[in-house]
Design a protein around this ligand. Structure first.
Ligand SMILES: Nc1ncnc2c1ncn2[C@@H]1O[C@H](COP(=O)(O)OP(=O)(O)O)[C@@H](O)[C@H]1O
Ligand SMILES: [Mg+2]
Length: 291
């Protein structure tokens, strides 16, 4: 098959590995930045180019990122990926599902609607309201609506420290996402799902003194058996969001496992190192079976 791989500004280790793996498995691969994709539409035809190479005949397109840009540039890129979908290119992950998974707010209500356990979450653009909720919650968490790798998330033990953050964030035009803090054993669980099946899972142990358990924040990924019900939760979360593959973060709270996020462009380098699973190969084989 002909595979198009689109990344943001520059390719991550995951995008490069996806390209190498698809080539190794005998596929035709074109990879580049989503920023460099152009498109054409008329009543009878749709065409797409990556720089000057026509990629209209791609069978599968892996979208790893919408890239950085203005609201308008992102609007064009999202429409373009949807345009590819309606033109018959199998986009992985599907455009809308990917968008929804990028957005921590949309992820929360989608999981809740599917009856899956989530952290209580408020959203607002009012710092006074955010302050009120921080006081009610006691310990609260701020999450950037488009965050990843733990970057930018904050934990407040003191609602007045939170107040100052709400004030600055709203001045910077950021929506305020206020979440309950879930007490946990200092670790969480990554469940990696491809095509409705768990291909790998591991515990992530946070660095000493660090409340976040992202590998990017110094957490250690350890290959230990994860309870069946937690693995099932990962599969259900992936399907609730409509994703073909995902990295699901699940925390062991006092009220049982809670889904923190569902990553639609998850990295797998740490998981691969911890478990030996060739995640890229699983993803490429899944894509090839879709045609
Ligand atoms: N509500 C919460 N209660 C306790 N810990 C949390 C909460 N939300 C996030 N965390 C910690 O922060 C990490 C990053 O949060 P997450 O929602 O996965 O965002 P990111 O996209 O930045 O990885 C989680 O893996 C977890 O360790
Ligand atoms: Mg996470």
């Amino acid at each position: 098959m002909k595979v198009l791989i689109l990344y943001g500004k520059s390719p991550s280790a995951n995008s490069l590995e996806l390209a190498e793996t698809a080539e190794r498995l005998g596929h035709d691969v074109v990879a580049g930045s989503i920023i460099d994709v152009s498109s054409y539409v008329s009543s009878s035809q749709s065409r797409f180019w990556l720089k000057d190479d026509e990629v209209t005949d791609a069978d599968v397109c892996f979208v790893r990122s919408f890239g950085p840009g203005t609201c308008e540039q992102l609007t064009r890129r999202i429409s373009m990926i949807e345009h590819m979908e309606v033109s018959g290119i199998r986009v992985i992950n599907p455009c809308y599902s990917f968008r929804r998974a990028r957005d921590k707010y949309a992820t929360q209500y989608t999981l809740a609607r599917a009856g899956l356990p989530i952290a209580e979450t408020y959203t607002t653009e009012s710092m006074e309201r955010a302050y009120r909720w921080s006081r009610e919650l006691g310990v609260s968490v701020y999450k950037p609506i488009l965050g990843s790798m733990g970057k930018g998330s904050l934990k407040f033990d003191d609602p007045d420290i939170a107040y100052n953050a709400w004030k600055m964030l709203s001045r910077l035009g950021q929506p305020l996402i206020v979440q309950e803090y879930l007490r946990n054993p200092g670790r969480d669980i990554r469940v990696f799902v491809v095509g409705g099946e768990v291909v790998g899972s591991a515990y992530k142990y946070g660095a000493p003194g660090e409340w976040k358990t992202n590998v990017a924040q110094g957490a250690r990924m350890v290959d230990e058996p994860v309870p069946r019900e937690t693995l099932d939760l990962g599969v259900k979360a992936t399907s609730a969001l409509g994703l073909d593959y995902a990295g699901v973060d699940i925390i062991e709270s006092e009220r049982g496992p809670v889904i923190l996020e569902v990553n639609g462009a998850p990295g797998w380098q740490a998981l691969k190192a911890a478990t030996g699973v060739d995640v890229a190969e699983k993803i490429v084989r899944f894509a090839a079976a879709q045609r």
